[in-house]
Structure formats: structure tokens, C-alpha cells
Design a protein around this ligand. Structure first.
Ligand SMILES: [Zn+2]
Length: 162
């Protein structure tokens, strides 16, 4: 299990110099710190995650797939507590696989296809086509989804509707 801050910091709530400098340099955010402390307590040290992102309507927690269920908790107990605490809905997304991650971000919108496109200038993008009838179902803005996925994976993502 790994958290953005070390276990001792998550446990005591006081940041050591290493974690403090990660926070100061922007490698981790206040939200990462806060969430680490809460999840450490909720999971008795057994729950890890990689990053948390505060979007307009959601807190997105990114983690390895094996942790998704633990973060959600028994019948969603942890999620409910986190949601109350942060006053926002919580989404937990597995980061192991780019395509799965895209599916999770876009859900419940239906993806028609994801293609890797090699541009003439040498850059690579992931082109995601979504059923246009699902446009209203998306829980985040297109720009927001594109930006999040791009920043998390270093892949450029372009979403279109068909
Ligand atoms: Zn620390």
C-alpha cells in the first residue's frame, strides 16, 4: 500500500521534511495529504492511492486497480464518509490501463472506439469516440476529461461524438 505521503505522516497527521517538501514543490497537493490521513484511518493503514484531483463536481481518486474496492469500502461506506467530509461526490478510478481509465472517466457514456492515432508531426493521440446520445450523461466536461487523462498518462486524448 502506498500513499502520496509516508505512513508515519498519514498516521500522525504531522508532515516530515520529505513530505513537506513534496507538498511545497507541488508534487502532491493539500488534498492528497488530507485524503491520505483519512484513508489511513479508514483502512487501518491498508488502503493506498496515487493521486487525488479536485474537479468542479467531483473528487477523483486515482489508484491501482487492487485498491479501488478497498477505497470504496463495504457497500460504499468509505465513499459515503469521504463524500460527506469533502462535500462532493467521489469517484475512484483505476490507473493500471489507459483504455480502462478512459472508460471510467467517460462512464456512463458509451465509447464507440478508442484509437491510437499517429500524427504526421510524430505526436501520438488517443482518439475516443463517444455515442453522441450520451453527451448529456457525461459527469465531467469534455475539456476536463481530456486534460485530466492527458496530465495523468502523458498521452494526448481527443474526445469526439458520433
Ligand atoms: Zn512523511
Amino acid at each position: 500500500m502506498t500513499l502520496p505521503i509516508c505512513n508515519i505522516c498519514a498516521k500522525t497527521g504531522v508532515l516530515c521534511s520529505v513530505c513537506e517538501s513534496k507538498l511545497e514543490s507541488g508534487k502532491i497537493s493539500e488534498l492528497d495529504v488530507e485524503l491520505s490521513k483519512i484513508l489511513y484511518k479508514l483502512g487501518k493503514g491498508e488502503i493506498g492511492f496515487e493521486r487525488a484531483i479536485d474537479t468542479k463536481n467531483f473528487i477523483v481518486i486515482l489508484t491501482r486497480k487492487e485498491n479501488v474496492g478497498k477505497i470504496i469500502g463495504k457497500s460504499g461506506d468509505n465513499i459515503r464518509q469521504l463524500s460527506k467530509k469533502f462535500g462532493k461526490q467521489i469517484r475512484v478510478i483505476g490507473t493500471d490501463d489507459l483504455n480502462e481509465m478512459i472508460y471510467d472517466f467517460v462512464a456512463p457514456g458509451r465509447i464507440i472506439s478508442i484509437n491510437t492515432v499517429y500524427k504526421p508531426d510524430g505526436s501520438v493521440i488517443q482518439r475516443v469516440r463517444i455515442n453522441k446520445r450520451d453527451r448529456k450523461k457525461l459527469r465531467m466536461g469534455i475539456d476536463e476529461i481530456e486534460k485530466l487523462i492527458s496530465s495523468l498518462t502523458n498521452s494526448n486524448v481527443e474526445i469526439s461524438f458520433e
